[in-house]
Ligand binder design. Structure first.
Ligand SMILES: Cc1cc2nc3c(=O)[nH]c(=O)nc-3n(C[C@H](O)[C@H](O)[C@H](O)COP(=O)(O)O)c2cc1C
Length: 451
């Protein structure tokens, strides 16, 4: 059975020693972030801050390492890709919840809306203010009505107003752009505290026409139960902890940022649209969720890596079945540096695979292709391939003026360039054998064998 909601997952984490309660009072400004940074550096547990100075507890670090991600997927490093690709191939339609929705036990509208009563941390003194970082945005394509879910940050401006940031190549940003063009309001809902598969579904690269509730259902192996929001026709996950319903206001632009981001750098402040909150609904004993982002590796990177790798692999294998594996490294922010293992079927296929990867929505800066005997998750192995299977003049090429991630601190506006490296052995040419002492793994050597 999949985890029904966030709290079901939290109880599994607790039993596994992966979640610890913090009962003493903790300051939302900086101290929550310090605690999350410390447990992350120690590869420690997620933290449930019970006394936040508000009416609600706050959980953070839930997806703070790959170990907890694998618990969420109920998989191992060996089974994870197969687990995710099978789910992508088997989407499951959502259903409407029958009966009252837990996420709407309390409904706050009008003068009762007050974002400052929520435990929203400020992560760093340089941040523009408190930030909701662990929210999922539900929005719909104004042309097709297809719903999208994705993780997006929100700066708390005041009791009813949030600052909005979406990259223009992300679906929430595309939905906003279409709404502006059509002069229609864009409704959205920030969903906080959901079952882990719905959270990971946000990061599956599935194209602009996919209905992400089906993707989440596929990952869960069971339908997501939805309920209609209270101030729009959007559907939201019925078992969430909080829903913040809003409408985007592009006329009221305010300074948003800075925020320490997944690149490891602060993104500068700039004028951005706002979200006007139309309702806050939540469970009676709701748990808020926070998440630390910043220099890799943070929760942001853990959330992206498994879904990005599996879904990108699926997309590319449709054209290149010769690709066997893909690593989208944490150190590259799970975006800029992609390593592919493949056995080219014809001369030049590796280069085609590189070009297809460059053109993906990840907008990478480095794409390296190696033979499958290279462990693509070990940088020393990849560097070995780049050292002795590459003639730089022939195998390295740069494509100029490619679109890049808007939060990249070192680009020329919206574009940069992308490097492709074909580090596979030359096609159809004799190449020396890899030197290796035979059968050493099974050689009997009691002097150093353990036990
Ligand atoms: C924790 C977290 C926070 C994120 N915040 C933002 C954000 O504020 N703006 C943005 O454009 N993308 C953000 N992203 C990236 C998008 O959620 C992600 O790339 C998603 O795949 C985009 O959706 P799409 O593929 O449906 O366009 C965030 C990702 C994570 C994991």
């Amino acid at each position: 059975m999949p985890y029904k909601d966030l709290r079901a997952f939290l109880s599994t984490l607790k039993e596994a020693g992966e979640l610890v309660d913090i009962t003493r009072p903790i300051a939302l400004q900086y101290d929550v972030a310090k605690a999350l940074a410390k447990t992350s550096a120690a590869d420690g547990p997620a933290l449930l801050f019970k006394d936040t100075g508000t009416a609600f507890p706050l959980v953070g670090g839930v997806y703070g390492n790959r170990r907890r991600a694998l618990i969420a997927f109920e998989a191992t490093d060996e089974t994870i890709h197969e687990r995710v690709t099978r789910a992508i191939d088997n989407p499951v339609a959502p259903v409407d919840l029958v009966g009252p929705a837990p996420c709407q036990e309390i409904v706050l509208t009008g003068v009762d809306i007050d974002l400052t009563k929520l435990p929203v941390p400020t992560y760093s003194p340089k941040d523009g203010g408190p930030y909701i970082t662990a929210g999922i945005v539900v929005s719909e394509d104004p042309d097709t009505g297809i719903p999208d879910i994705g993780n997006y940050r929100f700066q708390l401006h005041d009791a009813t107003t949030l600052g909005v940031f979406s990259a223009s190549n992300h679906r929430f940003g595309k939905n906003m752009a279409k709404a502006i063009q059509r002069k229609v309001p864009l409704h959205g809902a920030i969903v906080i505290g959901v079952d882990p598969m719905t959270m990971f579904a946000c990061q599956v690269q599935s194209g602009d026409r996919s209905n992400d509730w089906f993707v989440a259902g596929g990952l869960r192996g069971a339908p997501v139960e939805l309920v209609q929001a209270t101030t729009s026709t959007l559907k939201v996950p019925a078992h969430a902890e909080f829903i913040i319903e809003f409408v985007v206001d592009t006329d009221d632009q305010r300074v948003e940022g800075p925020l320490g981001e997944y690149t490891g750098y602060y993104t500068p402040a700039s004028m951005k649209p706002t979200a006007k909150v139309t309702a806050i609904t939540h469970r009676r004993d709701a748990i808020f969720q926070g998440l630390l982002t910043g220099k890799p590796i943070t929760e942001n990177h853990v959330l992206k890596q498994i879904p990005f790798e599996a879904s990108m692999l699926r997309q590319l294998q449709a054209q290149f079945p010769s690709i066997s594996d893909m690593s989208i490294t944490s150190s590259g922010g799970v975006q800029t540096y992609i390593v592919i293992a493949m056995t080219p079927r014809y001369e030049g296929e590796a280069r085609h695979a590189i070009l297809a990867t460059m053109a993906s929505n990840l907008h990478p800066k480095w794409v390296v292709v190696v033979d499958p005997d290279i462990d693509i998750r070990k940088s020393s192995e990849v560097e070995w391939a780049m050292s002795f299977r590459v003639k730089p003049r022939e195998d390295v090429f740069v494509v100029d003026r490619t679109a890049t991630a808007p939060l990249d601190p070192y680009t020329d506006g919206g574009y940069s360039s992308t490097v492709g490296i074909d580090a596979t052995r030359p096609f159809g040419v004799e190449f020396p054998d890899v030197s290796e002492v035979p059968d050493w793994r099974t050689f009997d050597l009691p002097e150093i064998d353990k036990g």
